[in-house]
Design a protein around this ligand. Structure first.
Ligand code: SIN
Length: 192
């Protein structure tokens, strides 16, 4: 039986890729810095109307069922812009991606802005408020303490946040939420 968070089957039914040769995917969390799948091309992109938050539970990568970690999701916010990485992939790549992003994430359709006057339609994995693995908001210090204490099959939860913060800087993206949790984590680790 699937875990209650497991969205693999639902995702497979969400888009019909019949006759489709390639799809743009927007990544805003680990998908920015860990591309463990083939892609034709990748570029910095922005999606509008969404903000990145460390409000989703990770039971399978950066935590466990007993102690889920915290990973990124997107929440709708008028006027917000979220910078990430867009990948041009073959539809078959979603078999791997659906498994990787199975902990509460659903594939949504969105518009990826390449910042040069060009936008494309694409897909993005979003874990919506109230999904079975949702942890929700907390203040920065609480988030950092939670992250510092969690770890799972893909490694320490703090490495997820530190890596994400570094990748965002490399993209020239300002993300006050992620950077605030990163700073608290560095305080906790004594590397601030
Ligand atoms: C993403 O990176 O786009 C989704 C969240 C994650 O895998 O960290």
């Amino acid at each position: 039986m699937d875990a209650p968070h497991d969205t693999t089957r639902i995702n497979r039914l969400r888009q019909d890729f019949t006759g489709v040769e390639s799809v743009w995917l927007f990544g805003y969390g680990s998908l920015i810095y860990k591309a463990d799948f083939p892609y034709l091309e990748r570029r910095r992109a922005t999606i509008h109307g969404w903000s990145r938050r460390l409000w989703q539970g990770s039971h399978d990568h950066r935590g466990t069922f007993e102690h889920p970690g915290r990973v990124a999701t997107l929440i709708p916010e008028e006027g917000a812009a979220c910078v990430g990485m867009a990948y041009h992939v073959a539809p078959a790549t979603f078999e791997h991606l659906d498994h990787r992003e199975k902990n509460g994430y659903l594939r949504h359709e969105g518009v990826l802005d390449f910042g040069n006057g060009k936008s494309v339609a694409g897909l993005v994995y979003i874990a919506a408020q109230g999904n079975a693995a949702w942890l929700g908001p907390a203040d920065d210090a609480t988030l950092a303490r939670h992250v510092a204490a969690a770890s799972g099959p893909s490694g320490r939860n703090s490495d997820y946040v530190l890596h994400l913060a570094r990748a965002l800087r490399e993209l020239g993206a300002d993300d006050p939420h992620v950077f605030a949790v990163e700073a608290r984590l560095r305080d906790l680790h004594g590397t601030g």
